[in-house]
Design a protein around this ligand. Structure first.
Ligand SMILES: [Zn+2]
Ligand SMILES: [Zn+2]
Length: 731
């Protein structure tokens, strides 16, 4: 073994596999040797599994019993920086390495050799006879321009059997071609002319370009109100990274809704980037994984898991809408993509840009402390200004029973209808009504498996549990007292608000935007485009509409329940309400028309509502920071949530109590354990849940202490323990 990164045939190597084993396994390097980081196939019992050569073997087993690596896979070896990233991310999130490796190899068929496959694209002849199925195939192909698909993909997209596609291919209406499985991505040209930037944007773009040219790690908080041109500015940073021959990654929260974004990228660089998200086909995932590793994908636009792609020379990570809660993965490996982006960039000498109109308090505090650079964009495009914001004091409005649109709001919407302008009515609640109550016995219909109420979804004609997804038909008799026709919806959801709007504004064209009302991301995208083009007088929407869509004709936002987010016990409740309200209000009045945002509230004097209305962001962040500092909670202290669960409530509590008694490891670092207490949702899918919270001073070695604390535990039966470092939500 001359080269430290190379192992000769027969040398002992330690291999990390994605199997749930808590250690590396020793193997002998195969014929021809292998590099450190090589992806390999190894025998494990009777099976063959995927693994990565992690380093030299330990050699503490009987050498004669050690088996050989079966073969080295034909993909680029894992780079040392990726090994380091996975190791440090595992330490930070207290995740086993095998689970980290699974995150980093989420592409099928890595072991297969490059091969050819049949693909299908639009042909140039018309079929002799059209059927509905045939029309669907041709329409699907036309929808995607010149793109080609595998037989299975195309048949699935069109909802037809493969024989329909084959039939069209025989006639030449669809062309069948041979194609290598994994093609490089088209070249992106950073030197095409970008959009003309305003002075403000130019200053921001110059600063980011200079930072990227330095080739060193650093993080910039790019703050700008909706419409201030954040995207244009950070696309110039992407251009600079590409010029330097480095790769760039843009993370977006709502990946299904990026059509508008991809169009902008294409306009800027002349081709589409690689798109990594859960909706991508298996074929596409495999192609991206390989091409990213070979440096033949310059730019990836993706969801949070794109952070674990094997970039060869990553120079820039953009985290757009960095405050968005969807960056926190809440099951499996519990990580926050924003924080992991910073970790990854620090390891590979890349720049991070955190973009937001309403940054998280964490990022705000890091910028205040000088850890992050800060860039602020103020001017909006054109002459438009931020909307005028006012509260409607619901205590003084005359509200008929079961109605939620106040007379003041109704009047303003009517005024907009008269002018031919769009209004948005916002409520952050899916379904028809959050509670279904029996008026005979007072019982609320709950989920059979969770401590959660069932939410009526009239659109789906079902009751649904938002915790576990369980649905059941809306009953006609009360399950508790058997009274007939006494069940009544209580409170508004988006569907009920839509019903009220239809009755209040009978002549208006109303569009409802809620993620669960569309069968596919494509259908939703089409609806949003229709609305943007003016094909609705009133838009009724959930959180979905807050996320960066452009509705140029929209001049009024009415928030139905501005108090909704303030009720939780979550330490981030105020921050989230502030961000959400600012984002929603930002939908009003783009282009040249000024907008108005009206917030219906029963507590307009609440400090958060007042801060939203006054637009005094700095004041809000300072007050919020001071409160958290006084309480010693994030970002001024550290927290971890430990959730214990099991089918036997007694056992779960016993374990929690035992942990709380034996908390020496935690006390040693000056931290405290709170609980055990029933988790805010005390039962999910039939499992009882108990929570312990650990609160530690900033700078304490929290993960290490937790590891020592939980290491001696032996979980009996179906008991489970999960650790959430830096929890984002508390359920
Ligand atoms: Zn009843
Ligand atoms: Zn449930």
């Amino acid at each position: 073994m001359d080269d430290p990164g190379y192992f000769d045939e027969g040398d002992l190597v330690a291999v990390l596999t994605a199997q749930p084993l808590d250690r590396l396994l020793d193997y002998k390097a195969p014929e021809g040797g292998c590099f450190q980081g090589a992806f390999v196939e190894v025998p494990l019992g009777p099976r063959k599994v995927l693994g990565v050569v992690w380093g030299p073997g330990r050699g503490d087993y009987d050498r004669s019993k050690i088996r050989s690596v079966i073969r080295v896979l034909d993909v680029a070896p894992m780079r040392a920086e990726m090994q380091s990233f996975l190791g440090r991310a595992a330490d930070y999130t207290l995740t086993p390495m095998s689970a980290m490796l699974r995150l980093a190899t989420r592409a099928p068929g890595l072991g297969e050799p490059p091969s050819m496959r049949k693909i299908y694209r639009l042909g140039d002849t018309t079929p002799d006879r059209m059927t509905k199925a045939r029309t669907r195939v041709l329409e699907a192909l036309r929808d995607y321009g010149g793109l080609a698909f595998t037989l299975k993909e195309l048949a699935e997209m069109a909802g037809v059997t493969p024989s329909v596609v084959k039939g069209l291919a025989k006639q030449g209406a669809v062309r069948e071609e041979d194609s290598p499985r994994d093609l490089p991505f088209p070249h992106l040209d950073p030197d095409l002319p970008g959009k003309v930037l305003t002075e403000d944007q130019q200053v921001g773009a110059d600063a980011l370009r200079a930072a990227i040219r330095s080739g060193r790690y650093g993080t910039t908080l790019l703050k700008g109100v909706t419409g201030s041109g954040k995207t244009e500015v950070y696309l110039e940073a992407v251009a600079e990274a590409l010029r330097m021959g480095r790769q760039a990654l843009v993370l977006l929260p709502e990946i299904a809704l990026t059509a508008e974004f991809l169009t902008r990228v294409e306009a800027r660089f002349g081709a589409r980037p690689a798109e990594w998200h859960s909706g991508a086909t298996m074929t596409e995932r495999r192609r991206i994984w390989r091409m990213v590793g070979q440096g033949e994908a310059q730019l990836v636009v993706g969801a949070r898991s794109a952070l674990f792609l094997p970039f060869r020379n990553l120079g820039l990570i953009i985290v757009d809408e960095e405050h968005d809660t969807s960056y926190k993965q809440e099951d499996g490996v519990l990580y926050n993509a924003r924080d992991m982006a910073v970790l990854r960039a620090a390891i590979c000498g890349a720049r991070v840009v955190l973009a937001s109109a309403t940054p998280s308090l964490e990022s705000w505090a890091n910028a205040e402390a000088g850890k992050y650079d800060r860039l602020e964009l103020t001017a909006r495009f054109g002459a438009a200004v931020l909307p005028e914001m006012r509260a409607i004091d619901m205590r003084t409005e005359k509200m008929p029973a079961a109605s939620w649109i106040s007379p003041s709001l109704r009047q303003t919407v009517t005024d907009r209808l008269g002018k031919g302008e769009q209004s948005l009515l916002f409520i952050n609640r899916r379904g028809y009504a959050p509670v279904t109550l029996c008026r005979a016995c007072g019982q609320q219909i709950g989920c059979d498996h969770c401590d959660a109420r069932m939410v009526e979804h009239r659109f789906l004609k079902r009751l649904m549990c938002h915790q576990c997804g369980e649905t059941k038909p809306i009953p006609e008799i009360c399950p508790s007292c058997k009274a007939e026709d006494r069940l009544a919806p209580v409170g508004p959801g988006i569907e009920r608000l839509a019903e009220e709007a239809e009755a209040t504004f009978p002549d208006a064209k109303i569009a409802v935007l809620s993620s669960d009302m569309f069968g596919s991301a494509r259908a939703l995208k089409a609806k949003i485009e229709e609305i943007a083009e003016g094909d609705a007088d009133i838009v009724i929407g959930t959180q979905l509409v807050a996320k960066g869509h452009n509705f140029p004709n929209l001049t009024l936002v009415g928030v139905i329940d501005a108090d909704l987010g303030l009720q939780g016990s979550d330490l981030r409740a105020a921050e989230r309400t502030f961000q959400l309200m600012r984002q929603v209000a930002g939908r009003a009045g783009r282009a040249e028309r000024p907008g108005t945002a009206l917030l219906q509230s029963f507590q307009p004097e609440h400090p958060v509502i007042r801060a939203i209305l006054s637009g005094d962001e700095t004041g809000f962040w300072k007050a919020e920071a001071a409160e958290r500092q006084a309480a010693g909670v994030p970002p001024f202290g550290r927290m971890a949530g430990i959730v214990l669960s099991g089918t036997d409530a007694g056992q779960v509590f016993d374990l929690g109590n035992a942990m709380a008694r034996n908390d020496m490891a935690i006390r040693q670092i000056g931290a405290q354990v709170f609980g055990p207490a029933p988790a805010p949702i005390a039962r999910i899918r039939g499992r009882h849940r108990v929570r312990l919270l650990v609160k530690a001073p900033k700078g304490a070695a929290l993960q290490e202490a937790i590891s020592r604390w939980i290491a001696p535990l032996r979980l009996k039966g179906d008991l489970r323990l999960s650790v959430d470092v830096d929890p984002q939500s508390f359920y």
